[in-house]
Design a protein around this ligand. Structure first.
Ligand SMILES: Nc1ncnc2c1ncn2[C@@H]1O[C@H](COP(=O)(O)OP(=O)(O)O)[C@@H](O)[C@H]1O
Ligand SMILES: [Mg+2]
Length: 224
């Protein structure tokens, strides 16, 4: 469960403040696959970063299950962040590490001992089992993003945040990557919050929300 309580957030816009959220209340169900759509600049990335405790709250509260983010110290925030998986548009793989080490790095950072079985099944499911000794620059964009998904899921996070993970991919690879992300998080019982521009990709998601004027509306209620 992700609960937003009177979430208020503004960004510096030149010499004035621009309100992105003004008392947003919302609840996302635990264990669901959620697609988040909205025009460019609507605040999707900001919302994801707030929920991920990657940027500090200004006003209001965000509950992730029974943790309230504004109550956490810096150290607690860092620990909290390790319990979630994050996938970005640009994969952000480390070029000096092999695929295997890129995947395992977060695992180790999360302070967990290895689960070889999960590693094996994830890399097989994602079709990257044969690429483990390669370096990121020796992979296609779609392969890189599948490695990034493995990295995000290897420590079995409760919450996976994906910010336009298919933004740099062609249509075929976008479908593959979004489907894998959705099915694998579902199999792990995790909540997936994925930002996308594509209504097509959002179609198979349990929940679809559209962010506009700082408010979340069901996508099906939006008529352009
Ligand atoms: N680091 C930042 N500093 C100042 N303004 C920002 C920053 N990041 C984003 N913004 C502004 O906040 C608004 C929301 O941005 P963002 O959350 O990135 O939207 P989206 O992801 O929906 O395109 C935009 O007007 C953007 O220009
Ligand atoms: Mg964005």
């Amino acid at each position: 469960m992700i609960r937003l309580e009177r979430l208020t957030f503004s960004r510096n816009d030149g010499d004035k403040q621009r309100l992105i959220f003004d008392g947003l209340n919302h609840e996302f169900k635990q264990g669901s696959q959620i697609a988040l759509l909205g025009d460019s600049g609507a605040g999707k990335t900001t919302l994801l970063r707030l929920i991920g405790a990657l940027i500090p709250l200004q006003q209001g509260k965000i509950w992730i299950r029974d943790t309230e983010l504004s109550a956490l110290s810096e150290t607690e925030r860092a620990l909290h962040r390790r319990k979630q998986g994050v996938v970005f548009q640009d994969c952000q793989l480390l070029s000096t590490l092999t695929v295997r080490d890129n995947i395992l790095l977060t695992y180790k950072l999360a302070g967990l001992t290895g689960d070889p079985e999960l590693f094996q099944s994830l890399t097989a499911d994602l079709g990257i089992a044969k690429l483990l000794d390669r370096y990121p620059q020796q992979l296609s964009g779609g392969e890189q993003q599948r490695v990034a998904i493995a990295r995000a899921l290897i420590h079995q996070p409760q919450l996976v945040l994906a910010d336009e993970p298919t933004g740099n991919l062609d249509e075929g690879n976008s479908q593959i990557v979004a489907t894998m992300l959705r099915e694998l998080t579902q199999a792990q019982g995790a909540t997936l919050l994925m930002v996308t521009h594509s209504q097509g990709l959002a179609q198979n998601f349990e929940q679809r929300w559209f962010l506009r004027n700082g408010q979340l509306q069901p996508l099906d209620s939006i008529h352009e």
